[in-house]
Design a protein around this ligand. Structure first.
Ligand SMILES: NC(=O)c1ccc[n+]([C@@H]2O[C@H](COP(=O)([O-])OP(=O)(O)OC[C@H]3O[C@@H](n4cnc5c(N)ncnc54)[C@H](OP(=O)(O)O)[C@@H]3O)[C@@H](O)[C@H]2O)c1
Length: 257
């Protein structure tokens, strides 16, 4: 398919649902050849995303791994994609990695147990770190690494301190790695969504006062849709964004400007 991502092989963690799913569909619309649809346990949602990608005309493969298993999960994700990439393209290569999967429990400082902290850090930071390590030598020149953060690294969130810290560390990782990948033309960036309508916050947004508060955060006076964020990720993934690396790209809809 022709498009800004024509012939690209992409891997998107957590693309069975929400922002990751929207990124996968945006990549398919922009011509990606093969998309790895990673998920944890929701096989029905992953299969539905795969069917939508195929209806657009791209190929997709489901990749299951629980990121609570950290490096083991990361290695397994790359191995699952590698097998399909080799059989489809003859090469053990990918072009775009999007570290999107994450959890965001509302746990105040007092309510955060050590177990909850460790789980959050493993899913949101450790697994993305080791997935980048696993694919580092397999990303083609001029490839893309895109990490998904949160507006809570810019706007104080005492309701989610461990979550905010995990994403702050992911942003720092992005900055630290950009020079290493630069000589190969590979950019490493973070895209930072604000409140976005997904399963992650569906219960919270169902309360009218909460929705009104979320809408008021944005300069556009509405809650973001997954496609709002996905189109920015698709731009960062494209050749047109080749001169931006090590950056945090705000996709919060102008939250608390
Ligand atoms: N929604 C927002 O308002 C918002 C705002 C700022 C930042 N973000 C960030 O955007 C990213 C996507 O959020 P979302 O709202 O689209 O989330 P979502 O709708 O809850 O979807 C989460 C995705 O991550 C996967 N996942 C969850 N736990 C996992 C685990 N232990 N191992 C492997 N995969 C796991 C899920 O797989 P299954 O389908 O198998 O469960 C699903 O594909 C996250 O990093 C989040 O922090 C979201």
């Amino acid at each position: 398919m022709s498009g800004t991502l024509s012939n690209k092989v992409a891997l998107i963690t957590g693309s069975s649902r929400g922002i990751g799913r929207a990124v996968a569909l945006a990549f398919a619309r922009n011509g990606a050849a093969l998309i790895g649809v990673h998920y944890s346990s929701n096989v029905e949602a992953a299969q539905a995303t795969i069917r939508e990608i195929e209806a657009i005309g791209a190929k997709a493969v489901g990749i299951s791994a629980d990121l609570r298993n950290g490096k083991e999960a990361a290695d397994s994700i790359w191995e699952q994609l590698r097998e399909v990439a080799v059989s489809m393209t003859g090469e053990s290569k990918l072009d775009i990695l999007v570290n999107n999967a994450g959890i965001a429990p509302a746990l105040s400082l007092a309510l955060t147990t050590e177990a909850a902290y460790d789980e959050l850090m493993t899913i949101n930071l450790k697994a993305p770190f080791f997935l980048i390590q696993a694919v580092a030598n397999h990303i083609r020149d001029n490839g893309r690494i895109i990490n998904i953060s949160t507006g809570f690294t810019r706007i104080a969130a005492p309701t989610h301190p461990a979550y905010a810290a995990s994403k702050g560390a992911l942003e720092t990782l992005t900055l630290a790695l950009a020079p290493e990948f630069g000589p190969r033309g590979i950019t490493v960036n973070t895209v930072m969504p604000g409140v976005t309508e997904t399963d992650m916050n569906a219960a919270w947004l169902s309360a009218p006062e909460a929705r009104a508060g979320a809408e008021a955060l944005s300069a556009f006076s509405r809650v973001g849709q997954a496609a709002d964020v996905a189109d920015i990720v698709a731009f960062i993934a494209s050749h047109e964004a080749r001169w931006t690396t090590g950056q945090v790209i705000d996709a919060t809809g102008g939250a608390r400007l």
